[in-house]
Design a protein around this ligand. Structure first.
Ligand code: MTE
Ligand code: MO
Length: 426
């Protein structure tokens, strides 16, 4: 399959001798030009680069394309001291390198509680049982025969930005916010499968369980299951990646990452939550007074500036575009305000459409930077009227024992030399 055969000549498209001569002459002229760099300070001699006078490599090898060799630093990263065992691991998405609002599949953040199982789709089954009239077993092929939907949604781990509850920690947008990503998901509305099985009248909750070795599981109110839950098999046009749940995954738009069960094998319908290990020992918010908030499913509005940021400092004075990402688990982003003075004054940024509910939305604002210090912040608002809180407001409401659901306004301190540092302003 991967033998290198030259592609057949296309007679109609072959450049004639005249065109070639012209190109050669054009390049020779270009070769002597002196270029002023963006800073204007340093001129650069540009010769004819080797790629302009050598044949390229024919059709792409490897057959599944990979990014340019010059993009090798655009990768997921993990922290050596933070959950890198096979029992529990996190890979953070490089938000500072991304454009637009879709995360490429190979850069989607990953969070596993028992590693990535290597599931053979032909041997995988999805069981739907419990308080239903007709228990059902689906193959992956069965699922693909139902009418499908393709929708763009973010997934964010409830633990994204967890390190910042007590003080500024991660001097990196990849580590402070890289547990959010967004894809176009393709699959079947869960409601269709539930209708097929027939819900009993007492049915209120469902248990969703994984085929990984941890049998990772969560309880989900049926209201959500019947609203916009999807059983997905594809992301951004191709089958789910193993690390995103191949071959079947539950997507609950706008709800905390941990409810989006990967490698989904079982749905049980019942009349109350199961209180799984994930619900009792992991995904609860402990408040200052000892009360533990359970089933805090929604990822509320949040935003972060991804350029500039600690990984992308300002390298020259003059015109810049501040840009970043905003999202809300409640619906559409209505607006994102940007502050240069740590939240004392705000300017409205531009949203890059289409603004899709429960999806990442890119925002930007031009900025002339002349070496002045700044405390850069972004503040998202969503269509429900909710406004992203400050860390002070969050601590007042939830104390500092919390791990999850930190959607605070992030502050980047821009220094006179253009370096950017994570700081906290109440
Ligand atoms: N089966 C299974 N599903 C899972 C997990 C897991 O470890 N096992 N992790 C959950 C958590 S905590 C998050 S944040 C998301 C992460 O999804 P991703 O790895 O596709 O980014 O998957 C959720 N679904
Ligand atoms: Mo998570």
């Amino acid at each position: 399959m991967n033998e290198k055969k030259p592609p057949p000549e296309e007679p109609g498209k072959k450049p004639g001798p005249n065109r070639r001569d012209f190109l050669r002459r054009g390049l020779t002229v270009g070769a002597g030009l002196t270029f002023a760099g963006t800073g204007g300070a340093r001129g650069e001699q540009l010769g004819i680069p080797e790629w302009s006078h050598e044949l390229g490599s024919g059709v792409t090898t490897p057959a599944y394309g990979v990014p340019s060799m010059y993009e090798k630093n655009v990768v997921r990263k993990w922290l050596p001291w933070f959950q890198v065992a096979r029992e529990s691991s996190v890979g953070f998405a490089p938000l500072q390198h991304l454009s637009g609002s879709i995360t490429p599949n190979g850069l989607f953040f990953e969070r596993h509680h028992a590693g990535v199982p290597g599931i053979d789709p032909d041997r995988h089954r999805l069981v739907l049982h419990g308080m239903v009239d007709r228990p059902l077993v689906f193959t992956v092929e069965d699922i693909k025969r139902f009418p499908s939907v393709s929708v763009v949604h973010f997934i964010e781990c409830a633990g994204n930005t967890a390190m910042e509850w007590q003080s500024a920690q991660a001097n990196s947008v990849q580590f402070s916010h890289g547990m959010v990503s967004s894809c176009e998901w393709t699959g079947v509305a869960l409601k269709i499968l539930l209708d097929e099985a027939g819900l009993r009248t007492q049915a209120r909750w469902m248990l969703v369980e994984s085929a990984d070795s941890a049998a990772y599981a969560r309880s989900i109110p049926l209201e959500k299951a019947l609203d916009d839950a999807i059983i997905v098999y594809a992301q951004n046009g191709e089958s789910l990646r193993p690390e995103q749940g191949y071959p079947l995954r539950l997507v609950l738009p706008g709800w905390e990452g941990s409810t989006n069960i990967k490698w989904l094998r079982r749905i049980e319908i019942g009349d109350r939550p199961w209180n799984t290990r994930e619900e009792t020992a992991r995904y609860a918010d402990l408040l200052e007074d000892g009360v533990s908030r359970q089933f805090t499913f929604i990822q509320e509005a949040k935003s972060v500036i991804t350029s500039p940021c600690p990984e992308a400092p300002l390298t020259a004075r003059g015109k810049h575009i501040i840009n970043g990402l905003a999202w809300s688990g409640e619906g559409r982003i209505a607006g994102v305000d940007v502050s240069f003075d740590g939240g004392r004054s705000w300017r409205e940024s531009n949203l890059h459409g289409p603004v899709i509910p429960k999806a990442l939305t890119r925002f930007s604002l031009p900025w002339a930077w002349n070496g002045q210090e700044a405390l850069l912040q972004s503040r998202a608002r969503d269509e429900t009227g909710y406004v992203q809180p400050t860390i002070g407001q969050l601590r007042e409401a939830r104390g500092v024992n919390s791990i999850y659901h930190n959607n605070m306004i992030m502050t980047w301190h821009v220094k006179p030399d253009g370096a950017v540092q994570n700081v906290q302003v109440d």
